[in-house]
Design a protein around this ligand. Structure first.
Ligand SMILES: *Cc1c(COP(=O)(O)O)cnc(C)c1O
Length: 366
């Protein structure tokens, strides 16, 4: 069977050369005589894999030396709890600030509240169904707050902050699950970055946390050990068994990105794909792109026909043409094309050709 163009929001496409390389090493890795899946995480064969993965990620993202890189489990959702538990105690106020720009940042905010944290929402765009990201200005960020949490790219709504908010001395904590590695980010602007790997980095099972060293050590003693960044950092992500195979896959993805020319080059390719699709959307009136232009995501492109039945037919017909998983998130409907790093340019060209045919074949006012 031929491979399809998979527009899934996550888990999502991996680069074909990465899959091929993994396949070639699947049963026997190097001279180890075993699969990476079968290795002890403390073995001589595995240790260079995790070390190399970390060093490649540091190179790719130009992560400064005063940041720790953690390879954890539990998904981005576990970090919704880990962030307040590790960081709310940084200031005597115990105050944690949140900007709610979609479902995941909303969940992060709720999780902090659930844990009894003094959490406040300083900005939200809920009243316009998250069709843009909030404006965050330095004066909105209380200087006595322990941190400000944002979600930089909103996977479900297809929005992204076009800027990194200025927060003064308050550390910015950002969920980058669906935009990490899509372009260069200035890591030094963030106190903490975290991301589930299954959107743009590796298979599910790995969560990357990048944390500035001076932000470690503010957790209360009763924090569950597995959520304690400091413990994980002191043990080089090996306090317990890390997600060994997903880390190996991430390493292959990092190598692929470096071979390609790094994140600057990746951004160029991603911009080309995204503008092809947005330019088409802007050139016609059969499909509507609900996101305000300045908040458009380069990774998740949402659109609707305005007719729920047609939307459903679109996703179904597209799937038959090898364009899979174009149905929007269950909470918003419509369509969503996730065009992460691994989506080839031709995939977007094929999608647009299909969109044109579909519009011709399914007139709206019958
Ligand atoms: C997918 C996603 C999550 C949830 O990730 P899990 O790894 O499933 O917990 C959180 N935030 C963003 C921005 C996402 O795209």
């Amino acid at each position: 069977m031929e491979r399809v163009y998979n527009f899934s929001a996550g888990p999502s496409m991996l680069p074909l050369p990465v899959l091929e390389k993994a396949a070639s090493e699947l049963i026997c890795y190097g001279s180890s005589g075993m699969s990476v899946m079968e290795m002890s995480h403390r073995s001589k064969d595995y240790e260079p894999i995790i070390a190399e993965a970390q060093s490649l990620l540091r190179t790719l993202m130009a992560i400064p030396d005063n940041y720790k890189v953690l390879f954890l489990q539990g998904g981005a959702s576990t970090q919704f709890a880990a962030v307040p538990l590790n960081l709310a105690g940084r200031m005597p106020s115990g105050k944690a600030l949140y900007a709610v720009s979609g479902q995941f940042s909303g969940k992060a905010y709720k999780e902090a509240q659930k844990l009894g944290i003094n959490a406040a929402c300083i900005a939200t765009t809920k009243d316009t169904n998250f069709d843009h990201v909030p404006v965050i200005t330095p004066d909105m960020v209380d200087a006595d707050a322990s941190y400000l949490h944002i979600c930089l790219n909103n996977t479900i709504y297809g929005t992204k902050y076009p800027y990194i908010p200025e927060t003064g001395s308050v550390p910015l904590v950002a969920d980058l699950s669906s935009c990490i590695l899509s372009e260069p980010f200035d890591v030094s602007r963030f106190g903490v970055i975290y991301a589930g790997a299954q959107k743009n980095m590796a298979p599910a099972g790995l969560t990357v946390v990048i944390v500035r060293e001076d932000l470690l050590g503010f957790a209360k003693p009763d924090i569950p050990t597995m959520l304690d960044w400091k413990t994980m950092a002191e043990n080089d992500s090996m306090y317990n068994t890390p997600p060994c195979y997903a880390i190996y896959m991430a390493k292959l993805v990092y190598e692929w990105l470096l071979d390609l020319g790094g994140l600057g080059k990746m951004k160029e390719l991603n911009e080309k794909k995204a503008s092809l699709l947005y330019d088409y959307l802007d050139s016609q009136d059969y499909y509507i792109a609900p996101v305000q232009k300045e908040s458009r995501s380069m990774m998740n492109v949402t659109f609707v026909t305005g007719d729920a039945d047609l939307d459903a037919k679109f996703a179904k017909d597209a799937a038959q043409q090898g364009l899979k998983n174009l149905k929007g998130h269950r909470s918003v409907g419509g369509m969503r094309a996730s065009i992460y790093n691994a989506m080839p340019y031709e995939g977007v060209e094929k999608l647009i050709a299909f969109m044109k045919d579909f519009a011709d074949d399914n007139p709206k006012n019958k």
